[in-house]
Write a new protein. Sequence first.
Length: 230
Amino acid sequence: MTGLADVARLLGDDSRAAMCTAMLDGRAWTVGELAARAGIGKAAASEHVARLADAALVRTETSGRNKYVRLAGPHVAEALEALGTLAREDSPTSLGAARDRRRLAAARTCYDHLAGRLGVSVLDALVARGLLRVRPGLDLTRDGRAWFRDVGVDVVRLEAARRPVLRDCLDLTERRPHLAGGLGAALLDVAMHREWVRRPAHGRALAVTCRGQRELEALLGITPADLDAG
């Protein structure tokens, strides 16, 4: 069994922390890609991956000549995102870094659900419109079940799965909760399928499309101004 202090020591290493942060995009990474992200050699990255796997923080799979690594599940991603709120970020050192930070803060993925101002705005809107209740915990209302069904989410299937349907996840940049759990993941799938957002080949930032702006405003009252840092 891995204790809290053991996990803290694992994540206290800069290289392992950088690798875990990269995997918050929910994708599978090769050891070489993680090594490049952390700025270390492949042998050192392999050792770090082995230690993370032993602690059940990541899982690995082999395909052909490559070993792929991903976070062990959404519970790990949510814990990392919450821990990140305790960190103090350095100021960006270039215009490009500042631009990337603004994009991540506006809209991004947190493993398999929406995060950033977009994710927080979605949860706020769902609650404000009576589609979700927040006390004594997140709960889906009758109107909420109909709303999710209308946008293409099979709530009954989610309720039959082992994963919790509704979870809140403390947002790294907004310091407020966004929607996680099976419903949060399904909503990201809808957003991708209906082209509300576009996802780059690499990284977590999401671009809200013109269609996404129209539909998010029509369905939830979310406007581009809600995603603007100002």
